[in-house]
Design a protein around this ligand. Structure first.
Ligand code: ADP
Ligand code: MG
Length: 697
């Protein structure tokens, strides 16, 4: 074995955790549970929080107005039953000549953690009780007799595992930083450090673990946040660059003649925004570099016709095109729209869904393979390997947020890279379009088609129910149609919730008994669902009781009223999508949402929903209230999670990192310069797989 003097820095950093001073085999087991295998893992095991000890209080300084940290010695331990079935644990803590009490109720497991004479730190909200200050359920730190916690110190708080306490963890990390910190080499190029005013890695490492003051902590964190975002943005920029090098897509040029032939099919004039999006798409697909474009537009802004244009342009260039929808209901609707618009043309359509019979499917697949079908519409079953195309030129994916990076890649086939257009009705907050969708170009539809009537939204108070249903009935009698939406299919197991089945039952025999009702939800068979949707479109059904399956894309312009039950269970973006169902025609729409407003978040969400109909504003707000949320969760976009950066809080740093990354990739698309070696390794380790970028350029 080499002596430690002969080891390279890399070998030093790779020292197995067990051989790190103060660890040993037993603790190594515990640290392994936290994913800490080697010395370097510990260096980059950042605190999850900090305790500001610079304001350590004396008893005389305590106040009911603010929380405090107070250090002292355990002088008495008292555990008893309070008589009402509760147990109480009380400590008397001495600080010099003063005493305070710490209390816990029904937490007997705390008892063995204290010993007489033990030095502790209490953190919590002090309360005056008679002559004495009390801390009820404070956080506790167990201190060594000689442990320094003098003022001015900011203590790191690490994630822990059973069997390892905060003090032990701090000592282990501090030891590793001391012994191994100096072996870490800088990853970020000098010019980036300079241009973005970032701390070099050595001081940043030491200060992120044991900050001297708040400013130093900020600087240290900023450096690592930047680094994490920079690495991510480099990966995305490399992917964009590699996509741009690809020239395997068929060129689909447009001409004035083709344009006239396509637009003639549409039953209305295009809006200026639709025209602009189409022009951007035409410019992209005229090249052999595959298009990767995101079309975002609020509900009802008219994205379908833009998609239709692109599909027909592919067909005009003797290519096949695909339109993929997230649900079968939506796929059916798309085929209906296309069939209507193309009734005078020779374009051949095919619908591929999960619910077709094996024979139907086989026949269809053969026709697609043989090039006898021009436009294939379907659900995710289109991603199946057995679907082969004669000459696939373009793929349109409707409601993109349901499809991640991976699924997009799955439609690529040997020898042919199609152009991609993905569409979403949930506007993508700027930070998300820089990350989860960072490999896409963006077109936006902001204006709505002309003659669109406004939609009015009300928050239903319980005593308004009767008058709202009276209004709902009036609209149905005038010939309009309506939706009644509930969060669950069946609420028999959850007494608080509203289920579609119960609601249907109730309305049929109650509020809406004089009308023809239908019901649709995700547990029904596709054919049943389609039959109900068809009856609703034809007007056979006057009011549709539904779950959020009607959330995306359903287009029945005569439907103008909507009741939403259990509104607190829907996200803001989702509510807005639902509302989009009743503002699609020449009549004004009306939505009333009934909700349990006990929860503050829900109240804020619903008040915002009522206050504005601007989908872009609501999407930003939803993002602020709930964070990236389920729409953009890691699972769906396929990027590894961020460890220290927070897209909401660090939006400015993200912007900076993105610009710096793009500058780099513009001059060196593969980061092949030797000075980027370390950086490149980090990029590939973390993002290589997710973004399908690799060393072979
Ligand atoms: P979304 O963007 O939500 O998918 P759609 O494409 O379903 O919206 O369009 C919503 C409605 O607006 C449809 O009924 C469609 O026919 C209509 N529409 C779209 N564009 C126009 C336009 N330029 N002029 C008039 N109506 C339009
Ligand atoms: Mg749509």
């Amino acid at each position: 074995m080499k002596s430690s003097a002969a080891k390279t820095p890399a070998e030093q950093l790779a020292t197995p955790i067990q051989y790190v001073k103060g660890v040993g085999p037993a603790r190594a087991e515990l640290l392994l549970r936290l994913g800490l295998r080697r010395a370097s893992d510990v260096l980059f095991f950042f605190p999850r929080d900090y305790q500001d000890m610079s304001r350590l209080a004396t008893v005389a300084e305590l106040s009911e107005d603010e929380p405090a940290s107070l250090e002292g010695i355990v002088e008495e331990i008292d555990e008893r039953n309070t008589g009402t079935g509760r147990s109480m644990l009380g400590l008397l803590i001495r600080q010099n000549t003063e005493y305070v009490r710490a209390l816990w109720f029904n937490q007997s497991f705390m008892r063995p953690k204290f010993a007489m004479g033990q030095r502790v730190l209490l953190i919590g909200q002090p309360r005056r009780n008679g002559m004495r200050w009390e801390f009820v359920h404070p956080k506790v730190e167990w201190l060594q007799p000689d442990q320094e916690i003098g003022s001015g110190r900011i203590l790191p708080v690490y994630p822990l595992t059973e069997g390892l306490n905060q003090g032990q963890m701090r000592r282990i990390v501090a030891g590793v930083v001391e012994h191994y910190g100096s072996f870490v080499e800088e990853t970020l190029p000098e010019d980036v450090l300079d241009a973005c005013d970032l701390w070099p890695i050595q001081p940043a490492l030491s200060q992120i673990h044991t900050p001297q003051n708040m400013d130093a902590l900020e600087q240290a964190r900023r450096r690592f946040i930047f680094q994490e975002l920079f690495v991510q943005q480099l990966a995305l920029a490399m992917r964009r660059a590699s996509l741009a090098r690809d020239n395997n897509a068929p060129a689909l040029p447009c001409s004035a003649r083709v344009d006239a032939r396509i637009t003639r099919l549409f039953p209305f004039e295009l809006t200026a925004d639709q025209r602009r999006a189409i022009d951007q798409i035409c410019a992209d697909v005229a090249l052999t570099t595959p298009m990767n474009r995101l079309l975002q537009g609020d509900v009802g802004s008219g994205k379908t016709v833009v998609a239709e244009y692109a599909l027909l342009l592919a067909v005009a260039n003797q290519c096949q095109a695909v339109l993929m929808a997230p649900t079968e209901v939506l796929a059916q609707q798309h085929i209906r729209t296309l069939t209507r618009d193309l009734r005078e043309s020779r374009v051949r359509l095919g619908l591929l869904t999960g619910s077709q019979s094996a024979a139907e499917r086989r026949q269809l697949l053969a026709a697609i393979r043989g090039g006898e079908i021009d436009i294939v519409i379907g659900t995710q079953s289109l991603l199946n390997k057995e679907v082969e195309f004669a000459r696939l030129g373009l793929v349109v994916i409707d409601e993109q947020h349901k499809f991640g990076v991976h699924q997009r890649a799955a439609l690529r086939r040997a020898g042919q890279d199609p152009h991609y257009l993905v569409m979403t009705a949930t506007p993508i907050p700027r930070t998300m379009s820089m990350t989860a969708f960072g490999d896409l170009e963006v077109s936006s539809l902001r204006e709505t088609p002309p003659n669109r009537q406004p939609v009015h939204t009300y928050l239903g108070e319980p005593d308004k129910r009767e008058s709202w249903w009276e209004f709902f009935r009036k609209k149905l009698r005038e010939g309009r149609q309506g939706y009644v939406v509930a969060p669950l299919v069946d609420a028999t197991e959850d007494a608080e919730a509203v289920g579609v089945e119960q609601l249907f039952e109730r309305l049929t025999n109650g509020e809406l008994e004089e009308f023809r009702l239908g019901m649709v939800h995700g547990r029904m068979k596709p054919a049943e669902k389609e039959a109900v949707m068809q009856a609703f479109r034809d007007g056979g059904i006057q009011a549709l009781v539904a779950t959020s399956v009607v959330e995306v894309g359903v287009d029945v312009p005569n439907a103008t009223v909507m009741t939403i039950e259990g509104g607190e269970r829907f996200g803001l973006a989702q509510l807005h999508q639902l509302r989009g169902r009743v503002s699609r025609g020449p009549h004004p729409g009306f939505v009333c949402v009934f909700a349990d407003l006990a929860n503050d978040d829900a109240r804020q969400r619903l008040e915002a929903f009522v206050a504005t109909t601007d989908g872009f504003a609501l999407a930003e707000l939803d993002f602020k209230l709930r964070g990236p949320g389920d729409l953009f969760s890691g699972k769906q976009h396929g990027l590894p999670p961020l460890r220290i950066a927070d897209l909401l809080r660090d939006a400015d740093t993200l912007e900076e990192a993105r610009q710096a990354a793009q500058r780099f990739i513009n001059t060196d698309a593969d980061l092949s310069a030797p000075r980027f070696a370390r950086l490149k390794r980090q990029v590939l380790n973390r993002y290589g797989e997710a973004l399908e970028i690799s060393d072979v350029g």
